[in-house]
Structure formats: structure tokens, C-alpha cells
Write a protein that binds this ligand. Structure first.
Ligand code: BDR
Ligand code: CA
Length: 311
């Protein structure tokens, strides 16, 4: 049976590869894409999701625009890693398909509550503002949701925006704290695992060689990341963050998870957005699962295969 899924994202070059992989996956029933301000402004992320939808020829999937700013903070941004418009070197165009009517948070509530409990998964690739708003609006949502697969957080690897914090959690730590405390069942792809999944030259070249527009676009995103990661961080092969969420939904065996309890620092300016990952929990009753290991070759093989079979 197809896995029903909503993707909440802030494209973003790595969001783009995750979205294109999901659009190209026939075993996912993609109910909606919701967008949020994060890497670039909310207006740009909503436009970028529609551009990617058009490239993938998936106009059947509604795109809902979401929160323009975090719950309590000023909007940040990560344009240096994603390009000013959020899609690397790709020159944005006005997509044909409009945004759907309604809010991202409203769409999450409506789509999830209209279906059997536990049946709709959520892949969260950006700050968790939309999901926090949805959980506030519908108190029974947490119990009704299927797995919430999140890209966010850092433990052993340290942070990528500050010493302590990963960008998505840091950008809206208050939303993340609410979501982690909500009782949702969460699979968490933090930097400890996404840093294991490296876009090597050979892996990018394999995607680039595919004939589909989805693959060519994803390869352009990976090339852009390769350049900025070399320039800014000094890494030869940059990490692939957001597509790990989609990869887990398609093939969970590619990852090792540990049951845990995660709390988010919201008070300290120094450690804002730090994810405290506590492994000393009752494993049988844990809500949170921290990814510790990823099969990078398997993840790239999966993504490459899907992008090759898409539009
Ligand atoms: C996360 O931050 C964003 O810049 C990326 O799109 C990804 O979701 C990695 O820390
Ligand atoms: Ca993202």
C-alpha cells in the first residue's frame, strides 16, 4: 500500500532534491506540500515548491503557503547555502500552478484528520513552525498523525549554524520545542546522520547523467551545494540533509535509529536550538528516535533510481 505523506519544507537546494525524489516515487501518495519561511522567505519557498512541482509534472499535488516567521523570533535565512532565491543557480520563473487556498497548518490538520489515525506521515525539512501551529489548532492531531520524520538537530557532530545548534531547530526553537513535547512519534535525522550522507563527485555525476528533468534539476542543486560547501565549510563532498527524510519513508532499513527523548533549548542565546538527546529512556514507550547511522551508498542509489524514473 502507498504511504500517504505531507512534505513541509523551505526549498532550499536540499529540500528540492528531497521533493523531486518524492514527486518521482510511485509508492508515495503525496497529499500536499506545505512551505515555510526558512532558508529564504515564505513567498520564495512557496514559489520554489511550485517550480519544482512543475518540473516534476506533479500539478496534482497542492502546495500550501505557510508561516512567514517563526513563533517568537525574527526570520533568519540561509541564502549563502541555497542562493538568494533558494534554488542555487536555477533562475526562478513564475510557475503556472497557483498556491492552494488555505494555510499550511490548516492543510496539515485537514488532510491528517480526514484519514485513518496513523496513516499520514509528515516529512519536515524546514523550521517546524507550520507543524507547531497545526498542533495548537487541533489538540488531537499528535495522536492522529503517522510518523513525523524530521530533518533537524545535532548531537555528536555539533551544530552547523552555531556550535550547539542545527539550522532548522535554531531558526524556530520554540516551534521545535512544542513539537517534540507534543507526543508525536518522531524519527529525527540530525546532523549526526546527514553528515554521513555525502554528495561525492561520482554520486552527483550519476544523477547528472540521467535524462529526466527531475534528475537534471536535482543534479544542479547538488552541484551548487558542492561549490558552496567547498567555499564556506571546506568540505569536498557536502552532506545531503533533507532527502534523508524521504529515504527513510521509502526504505527505513537504510538507517539505524535509537529510542530517545529530545528537548530543545529555547532560553539561552548561547545554546539556542540545541537538541538535548537523552538515550536513557524506556525504549518500549519512546516517542522519539534519533538516527545514528545511514547507508549513504544505499540512499544515493535509491534517490538516483527514483529521479531517473520521474518526469
Ligand atoms: C537544514 O538547514 C537548511 O539550510 C537545509 O535545507 C536543511 O533543511 C540543514 O541544517
Ligand atoms: Ca530545508
Amino acid at each position: 500500500m502507498k504511504q500517504s505523506l505531507i512534505i513541509d519544507c523551505d526549498p532550499g537546494v536540499d529540500d528540492a532534491t528531497g521533493l523531486l525524489t518524492a514527486f518521482a516515487s510511485p509508492d508515495l501518495d503525496l497529499l500536499a506540500v506545505t512551505t515555510v519561511g526558512g532558508n529564504v522567505s515564505a513567498a520564495k519557498t512557496a514559489r520554489n515548491a511550485r517550480i519544482l512541482r512543475q518540473i516534476a509534472r506533479r500539478e496534482d499535488v497542492p502546495v500550501y503557503a505557510g508561516a512567514e516567521r517563526p513563533l517568537r523570533r525574527a526570520p533568519a535565512g540561509a541564502g549563502e547555502f541555497h542562493g538568494r532565491e533558494g534554488l542555487g543557480d536555477l533562475t526562478p520563473f513564475e510557475p503556472v500552478g497557483p498556491v492552494a487556498e488555505g494555510t499550511a497548518a490548516g492543510a496539515i490538520v485537514q488532510q491528517v484528520m480526514a484519514r485513518p489515525a496513523g496513516s499520514v506521515a509528515l516529512a519536515v525539512m524546514g523550521p517546524m513552525t507550520n507543524l507547531a501551529l497545526a498542533l495548537r489548532a487541533e489538540p488531537t492531531l499528535a495522536a492522529h498523525l503517522g510518523p513525523v520524520v524530521v530533518m533537524g538537530g545535532a548531537r555528536s557532530e555539533g551544530g552547523n549554524i552555531t556550535a550547539s545548534a542545527e539550522f532548522n531547530i535554531w531558526a524556530d526553537p520554540d516551534a521545535a520545542a512544542e513539537v517534540f513535547a507534543s507526543g508525536c512519534r518522531m524519527i529525527v535525522m540530525g546532523l549526526d546522520v546527514t553528515h554521513q550522507v555525502r554528495a561525492t563527485e561520482a554520486r552527483i555525476a550519476s544523477i547528472e547523467a540521467l535524462p529526466t528533468a527531475s534528475a537534471k534539476t536535482a543534479a544542479a542543486m547538488l552541484r551548487f551545494s558542492q561549490r558552496v560547501e567547498r567555499q564556506i565549510v571546506g568540505w569536498d563532498a557536502g552532506p545531503l540533509h533533507d532527502p534523508c527524510t524521504v529515504a527513510w519513508l521509502l526504505k527505513p532499513d537504510l538507517f539505524e535509529l535509537r529510542p530517545c527523548r529530545i528537548e530543545v533549548e529555547t532560553e539561552s542565546e548561547l545554546t539556542r536550538g540545541h537538541t538535548a538527546v537523552e538515550f536513557r529512556v524506556d525504549a518500549a514507550n519512546a516517542d522519539h528516535f534519533w538516527a545514528t547511522k545511514a547507508d549513504a551508498a544505499g540512499i544515493f542509489a535509491l534517490i538516483t533510481q527514483r529521479l531517473g524514473e520521474g518526469a
